[in-house]
Design a protein around this ligand. Structure first.
Ligand SMILES: Cc1ncc(COP(=O)(O)O)c(C=O)c1O
Length: 383
């Protein structure tokens, strides 16, 4: 028998590769995006409480109602959109699964899906599995903004879905209200849906605020907005996320979700609901919390040969290494940095279909304890 891969070009993700390399060489792992500090005590206690209380069986398909209510009230408070917990919010096992369900729901064989490079690695395989084709548009290579003319030029009769990601992994660029308006104007007369990956919605710095599609009345009518409790509550391993969409679209999204996983993990949903109710201010404190970490990393790197522009959002910082090794491409540089200098990072080119020729960028994650960031600074400053 011949096994024919449906994803012949997909191998081990770069995140797994770099984490493994970091393990083998005992390097500081600033590659994969997860905190090296623990979740809030109250959240862990809530999980224990719910496990002990017997919340260990399948929950409601769309998610535990108390958690959906908490998400709805957060969305009403922050984005002034009175979404209905019952008909518009679905809890999923991680944002990745929400993205997958949305793509399977919306993309049909032969459809085109516009993605902006550098783009998160889970989008394209999901589009391929749905029988669609990604059309890649490169973001501006200096500030990672969208060229809306390029976007307009890429639209065809086959365009079915646009995937946007703001705050943006890996660059930290954020879409402004004017960007959303341009997008709305360009797709208004077309049969095109929008998938908005907003997993870093609460990690926006320097006093800026996040422009959510949830706050854009017109775009929301054709959108599925995805977020992740993992990023917001320092529990990436809990793999719990959610998708928000108008009722008709939600009904279709749930048809897919119920056969991909049926429901998210029950006790974690209860724990998150308790924590959100008890500490709604947690999300308001996150920008300052992560901005301190960004500033610590950037301050220590002032004495290095890396150059950088402090990131506007997310927990990733891009570092330009051309003053150190412009003879190495970014994949080789990331390997060299891990094996010779003990710091693992992610090369930016892996997020592109066609990486720009003169780009020398690595992504490092600063969701780390103070001592980890100090150590990282020491290692990066002697190169
Ligand atoms: C842009 C983006 N989308 C989605 C995800 C996936 O989130 P989750 O861990 O909740 O599946 C990540 C995780 O790194 C991400 O960076």
């Amino acid at each position: 028998m011949q096994l024919q891969s449906k994803l012949p070009h997909v191998g081990l993700t770069i995140f797994t590769q770099m984490s493994q390399l970091a393990d083998v060489h005992g390097a500081l792992n600033l590659s994969q995006g997860f905190p090296d500090f623990d979740a809030p005590e109250a959240l862990k206690e809530a999980l224990q409480r719910h496990v002990q209380a017997g919340h260990n069986q399948y929950g409601a398909m769309a998610g535990v109602p108390a958690l959906r209510e908490q998400v709805a009230s957060k969305i009403a408070r922050l984005y002034r959109n009175p979404v209905c917990a019952e008909q518009e919010i679905t809890i999923t096992p991680g944002a990745t699964q929400a993205l997958f369900c949305a793509i399977q729901t919306l993309v049909r064989a032969g459809d085109e899906v516009i993605v902006f490079d550098p783009s998160y690695d889970s989008y394209e395989p999901a589009v391929t599995l749905a029988g669609g084709r990604c059309v890649h548009i490169a973001l501006n290579s200096v500030d990672f903004s969208v060229d809306w003319q390029k976007f307009a030029d890429a639209l065809t009769e086959r365009t079915r879905l646009v995937i946007i990601n703001s705050p943006h992994n890996p660059s930290g660029a954020v879409l402004q209200r004017a960007d959303l308006q341009q997008l709305a104007d360009l797709i208004r007369a077309r049969d095109i849906y929008l998938l908005s990956d907003e997993v870093y919605e609460h990690l926006v710095f320097d006093g800026q605020s996040h422009c959510s599609v949830l706050a854009h009345e017109e775009l929301y009518q054709r959108a599925c907005v995805v977020s992740s409790f993992g990023k917001t509550y320092h529990v990436t391993g809990w793999k719990t996320g959610y998708m928000v969409a108008p009722p008709k679209l939600t009904a279709e999204l749930r048809k897919v979700h119920q056969y991909v996983s049926f429901c998210a993990v029950t006790p974690m949903q209860h724990a998150l609901a308790d924590f959100m109710q008890a500490q709604p201010e947690h999300v308001d404190q996150l920008p300052a919390f992560y901005q301190r970490k960004r500033d610590q990393l950037c301050r220590t790197l002032e004495n290095s040969r890396f150059t950088y522009v402090a990131t506007a959002s997310t927990y990733f910082q891009l570092l330009d290494y051309r003053a150190i090794r412009d003879d190495l491409n970014d994949v080789d540089m990331a390997h060299w940095l891990t094996t010779e200098h003990g710091v693992a990072s992610i090369p930016l080119s892996v997020f592109y279909q066609q990486p720009p020729a003169d780009q020398y960028l690595l992504r490092v994650c600063f969701a780390k304890r103070e001592d980890t960031l100090t150590l990282a600074g020491e290692k990066l400053c002697v190169i």
